[in-house]
Design a protein around this ligand. Structure first.
Ligand code: ADP
Length: 453
């Protein structure tokens, strides 16, 4: 049975995006907000809104009892978590289950198995998916030393429960290993409350290529192709595109088949993403699974014509996928993340008031944002101002259209990554499709927007 009322447990552009999808399905949307977001667009757009606490996320958007209570008191049947905050928290999924609320995402036990990076790698190995070489699971200093000697330096020490580009440390030589291990473990303990580490070989150059899936409860799996996310700063994505210029048809089909097999093995449900690194050998190696919608999901929507949020809601309501196998796709899509941060100062966050906001219009351009002129970007949350998503028939046409759209975009009052994105789009590396996860750092000093004024 389709839902009549759904709670959106998030804020910002993703809350707006989910409210829109609910309305298109004829479902009422209930927003939640912290006192910092009282006048935010997601609150205004929803049919009802419930204040869940003060600005710090730990006291509002991360407070499970407050959110469950908001859903119960407003008579919601389901909860959409968006991305970030509680989206990958199995305790939240269980709290929803216990209150008879449908969580729009995978079941808690799948999330537990796949959300833990170490267990996810075990599951994927069992499904026959190639992994980035490293330790078999969480490892102490001695096991890490042996694995590092075998894999060769540099290596990554990763927090088993890390995420969002945090909890990773490069160790370049044997001498750094002991102190690096202690520091990484302490950091992980402080950030995530768990100091367990595992080791991975650093693949270099590497490309980040991820596969989007949708799975129904009858075992139906649909793969929506890949997103190339190698333009990154500090291991965080800035520009994404689909298809990836790095994949030939054969590798793409192989990756989608492997992921479909993995989904069947682990009993995956709803929307999810399987992240891989393409190594210098051209092979693909699994790094992690994201059991939720991702920031860059519109890129896949643009090339497949499938509305991922609508599908998430339909699947959570018990409906089946209409298609299975590999989704047909067409053309090329690019997403630019416009963040309020200063690329010339190490991407330092630049919160403030957006005094001017003119989004680009025109054919093939989609803007996902929760900004308006006069909007505050509160310092408490992420610095995403808008996502500019562009579609066109070919990659060169899509690049030209993205340049046009970014040139039309006006954001005043805060420093953003707009100029940096224009510089990247103009670079030979991006134009040629020949870039890796280290390209942005290598362009430092060559791109006007990356040089201090
Ligand atoms: P998070 O969950 O914090 O986002 P990921 O495991 O997804 O962390 O990695 C984020 C990024 O870090 C990747 O896209 C890639 O650029 C880099 N990275 C992670 N693991 C490796 C590795 N073994 N070798 C090279 N780069 C890596």
């Amino acid at each position: 049975m389709m839902f009549t009322r759904v709670l959106v447990a998030n804020r910002g552009e993703i809350a707006v995006r989910v409210v829109r999808a609910l309305h298109e399905l004829g479902i009422e949307a209930v927003a939640v907000y912290s006192t910092a977001d009282r006048d935010a667009p997601h609150v205004e757009l929803a049919d009802q809104a419930v204040c869940i606490g003060p600005p710090p996320a730990a006291e509002s958007y991360l407070r499970i009892p407050n959110i469950v209570a908001a859903a119960e008191t407003t008579g919601c049947e389901a909860v959409h978590p968006g991305y970030g905050f509680l989206a990958e928290n199995p305790a939240f999924v269980r709290a929803c289950d216990d209150s008879g609320l449908v969580f729009i995402g995978p079941p808690a036990e799948v999330m537990e198995r796949m959300g833990d990076k170490v267990r996810a790698k075990e599951q994927m190995r069992a499904a026959g998916i190639p992994l980035v070489p490293g330790t078999d699971g969480v490892a102490g200093l001695d096991a890490v030393r042996r694995a590092a000697q075998e894999a060769g330096f540099p290596v990554f020490l990763k927090a088993a429960v890390g995420g969002g580009g945090k909890g990773m440390r490069v160790v370049r030589s044997e001498d750094e290993l002991e102190s690096g291990y202690a520091a990484a473990s302490a950091e992980a303990e402080a950030a995530f409350g768990d100091g367990s580490l595992y080791l991975e070989k650093v693949l270099s150059p590497a490309r980040h290529v991820e596969i989007q899936v949708l799975c129904d409860a009858e075992g139906g799996v649909l793969t929506l192709g890949e997103r190339e996310c190698s333009i990154q700063r500090r291991h965080q994505k800035l520009i994404e595109e689909s298809p990836s210029p790095a994949l030939d048809d054969e590798t793409r089909a192989e990756m989608e088949t492997a992921v479909a097999r993995a989904c069947a093995t682990i009993g995956y449900r709803n929307a999810g993403t399987f992240e891989f690194l393409l190594g210098p050998d051209g092979g693909f190696h699994f790094i992690e699974a994201n059991c939720r919608l991702q920031v860059e999901h519109p890129v896949s929507e643009a090339v497949t014509g499938i509305d991922l949020v609508r599908e998430q809601v339909r699947l959570a309501a018990g409906e089946r996928l209409e298609l299975a196998g590999r989704a047909p796709r067409r053309g090329h899509a690019i997403e630019i993340r416009i963040n309020a941060e200063d690329p010339a100062r190490g991407f330092a966050p630049a919160p403030g008031t957006v005094t001017r906001f003119r989004p680009p219009l025109g054919a093939g351009v989609r803007i996902d944002t929760a900004m308006r002129e006069g909007s505050e970007i509160p310092p408490y949350y992420d610095s995403l101002v808008a996502k500019v998503i562009v579609w066109d028939e070919t990659r060169p046409a899509a690049i030209a259209r993205t340049v046009r759209a970014l040139s039309d975009l006006e954001v005043g009052g805060v420093t953003t990554t707009r100029e940096l994105a224009l510089d990247v789009l103009a670079s030979q590396e991006f134009q040629g499709g020949d870039y890796s996860t280290s390209t942005l750092a290598e362009l430092q000093g060559r791109l006007p927007s990356l040089s201090p004024a």
